[in-house]
Ligand binder design. Structure first.
Ligand code: CP
Length: 308
């Protein structure tokens, strides 16, 4: 039987999510623990990353585990034609857990079915980014003191944004209502609207980034237009700066509103927002380390409650 992996946020039910968030809050109190002594984790990044890779690697280092891997596939034997299957089989000879980012949708599921050791999907194309969702949920709880019944406005590239796709699924356990703000070219895909309908989740779509979409919200989740997913760069040029959040646009927003972004940002959040207390994206990124410590321990069967 394959070991349990985290490929899709749908792999975790409501109890799993709450268990991870509770463990992450323990790691936030103290991230330096002797829990991964003698364990090796591999980070295989076939696509660029700053936060995800470095927060995973810091998570392991702070738990006294060891890290192997690559941050650029050009330095791996995939450039010589080695298949993903063979790469996973080789790395599982060396590591107790594999963390992989890959440009192909479905690659993480495929790798998890091959791998004899647990796999964590650190992003597969425009499909899923489940640990981003767990850190988003952790941050939402931290700022709102609940995950239930929140109004979430999601802005930007809802077609290719894997963080958005995972977030919709992850929040589905907590009765959210969504406002989806995107140009027609980057609208939320039908399958996520069908998912909302099936799960009784209210949503509205907008093409204008209007006060109406901001002022009633608890969370304003900004996203970058995903240049790397466009096959026609002229199409990217048309939509790249379609929405920009400026500080004055938050003046009538709810007191509890927090602005989140999975990062990196390009121009969609003006730097004049950064000093607004409602801007919370840098704290959000920091939370990634604690959440990833919790996920790694969970998949390796380390009982955090007993050891912390
Ligand atoms: N949020 C996120 O995945 O950032 P990186 O691409 O820098 O890892």
């Amino acid at each position: 039987m394959s070991p349990k992996s985290l490929v899709n946020i749908g792999d975790y039910n409501r109890e799993d999510i709450l268990r991870i968030l509770q463990a992450a809050s323990r790691f936030k109190e103290n991230p330096n623990r002797d829990l991964l002594q003698g364990r090796v984790c591999a980070t295989l990044f076939f696509e660029p990353s700053t936060r995800t890779r470095l927060s995973f690697e810091t998570a392991v280092n702070r738990l006294r585990g060891r890290i192997i891997g690559f941050s650029d596939a050009a330095t791996s034997s995939s450039t010589k034609g080695e298949s993903l299957k063979d790469t996973i089989m080789m790395v599982s000879n060396y590591a107790d857990l594999i963390i992989m980012r890959h440009h192909l949708e479905g690659s993480a599921r495929y790798a998890s079915e091959i791998s004899p050791v647990p796999m964590i999907n650190a992003g597969d194309g425009s499909n899923q980014h489940p640990t981003q969702t767990l850190l988003d949920l952790f941050t939402i709880f931290e700022t709102q003191e609940t995950l239930e019944n929140l109004s979430i406005t999601v802005v930007g590239d809802l077609k290719y944004g894997r963080a958005v796709h995972s977030l919709i699924q992850g929040l589905s356990h907590f009765n959210p209502s969504f406002h989806f703000v995107a140009p027609e070219e980057l609208a939320i895909p039908e399958k996520y609207k069908a998912f909302c309908d099936k799960n009784g989740i209210a949503f509205r779509e907008y093409t204008e980034f209007s006060p109406e979409a901001i002022n009633g919200s608890d969370i304003l989740y900004m996203t970058r237009v995903q240049k790397e997913r466009f096959t026609d760069l002229m199409e990217y040029e048309k939509v790249k700066n379609v929405y920009v959040l400026h500080n004055e646009m938050l003046s009538d927003s709810k007191k509890n509103l927090r602005v989140l972004h999975p990062l990196p940002r390009v121009k969609e959040i003006s730097q004049d927002v950064d000093d607004n207390p409602k801007a919370y994206y840098f704290q959000q990124a920091k939370n990634g380390m604690f959440v990833r410590q919790a996920v790694i321990c969970d998949l390796l069967g380390i009982d955090i409650q007993q050891t912390i």
